[in-house]
Design a protein around this ligand. Structure first.
Ligand code: NAD
Length: 356
């Protein structure tokens, strides 16, 4: 497909240069190398959509980045992604400098109008089209501050976390008034615990198995899991929102976002799922399942679609929530009926009616 790119790469600014971003940017380089070797996009492994509105998976330029960790602030972006405590593996692709130095982001207790103007000016100078918010879970003040800065800069916003931004009617309304896309909240992992759990719950319901109880336990060895031990409340609710998307009652379902931080697991997530119920003549049915995944690849495989959707929507002058993102999120702003009604393929086509 080389030589068929019809659109400029999506220009993306990053808030939070953590594991998700290491996975995203190393993966983008990996796919760019495949393209350079002449591998057809249809043969790229691990990709749902080779193109979104003409943008390939490797059509992504990082143009600005913000963090507060002193090991990352002031570093060249492609060095910052390898700084501890990031522990996503090296994919063996060359990550040459890209000319972006990580800038200091918002700090707790220091979010003033001047600070919002500083980040907004930096976003404008970088010509970013999208600000990708990927901070630790539980920092509602930070999510709001970055969303305000993106709004002031005229930049689309993507919220990877369970903090309430896309579901905040005031913020969403102001993005609509400004003619800007806003995509959130909380990305649904590529093959994560939520989508597997949700599918099994729906299968029980569809087959008429009476659910007596179900749970999921998640374990991991990255910063996200360390943080979720203490800050798991918004994540737990968001995971329950994801499970509710098929309309299955959740009164007997429990979710433990971080059942433990196990350092030697590094960036792997191990999840245990259990479903118990009754089948024919009240005889028992039990499913116990173990899932082991590269946690941040799971995020990157969806972020690549969210940022391309956001850039495409901005270019097509779509504003507010973008329906094409609905199934890629755990907690989209729309209620269940709208979600159920959303024709996802049509919403992708609507990103740009002229795109193939
Ligand atoms: N891995 C997945 O599949 C998945 C799925 C859904 C959501 N998420 C969410 O994505 C988010 C990011 O995950 P991660 O694994 O990359 O986390 P991480 O902890 O590796 O990275 C977070 C980064 O944000 C930085 N940061 C902290 N405060 C900041 C501030 N005020 N301004 C700028 N930067 C700041 C940290 O220094 C770090 O570099 C988490 O909230 C996680 O829950 C991940």
């Amino acid at each position: 497909m080389k030589g068929t790119i019809v659109k400029h790469s999506a220009k993306v600014a990053i808030a939070g240069v953590g594991n998700n971003i290491s996975a995203l940017t190393q993966g983008v380089r990996y796919y760019a190398n495949l393209d350079a070797q002449g591998v057809p996009e249809a043969d790229f492994p691990g990709i749902k959509r080779p193109r979104v509105d003409g943008l390939a998976v490797y059509d992504l330029d990082i143009v600005a980045a913000y963090d507060i960790d002193e090991r990352k602030v002031g570093a060249e972006f492609n060095e910052a992604i390898f700084q501890e405590p990031n522990n996503y593996p090296r994919l063996g692709v060359e990550m040459a400098p890209i000319g972006v130095v990580v800038e200091k982001g918002f700090s707790l207790g220091e979010v003033t109008d001047d600070e919002v103007r500083r980040i907004a000016a930096s976003l404008r100078d970088s010509a970013a089209e999208v600000l990708l918010y990927s901070l630790p879970t539980g920092l509602q003040w930070a999510a709001t501050a970055y969303a305000e800065a993106a709004l002031a800069a005229g930049v689309a916003f993507v919220n990877c976390t369970p903090e309430i931004v896309g579901r905040d009617e005031d913020i969403l309304g102001r993005y609509v008034s400004a003619g800007l896309p806003l995509i959130g909240d909380d990305l649904a992992s590529h093959i994560g615990t939520s989508v597997v759990h949700r599918s099994l719950l729906a299968l029980f319901a569809e087959r008429g198995i009476s659910l007596s109880g179900s749970y999921q336990l998640n374990l991991g060895g990255n910063e996200d899991f360390r943080n979720l031990r203490e800050q798991g409340a918004s994540k737990r609710q968001s995971k329950l929102n994801a499970l509710a998307q098929d309309g299955v009652p959740l009164d007997r379902v429990d979710v433990i976002p971080s059942a433990g931080y196990v350092p030697h697991l590094m960036d792997h997530k191990v999840a245990y799922l259990n479903l118990e119920g009754a089948g024919w003549a009240n005889t028992p049915v039990e499913v116990d399942l173990k899932l082991r995944v590269q946690d941040s690849s799971n995020a990157a495989g969806v972020i690549i679609d969210l940022v391309r959707i956001a850039a495409a929507a901005l270019r097509a002058q779509q504003k507010g929530f973008v329906a094409a993102a609905a199934r890629l999120l755990k907690s989209p702003p729309m209620g269940h009926p709208a979600y159920e009604a959303a024709d996802i393929e049509a919403s992708f086509a609507a990103l740009s009616p002229s795109a193939s």
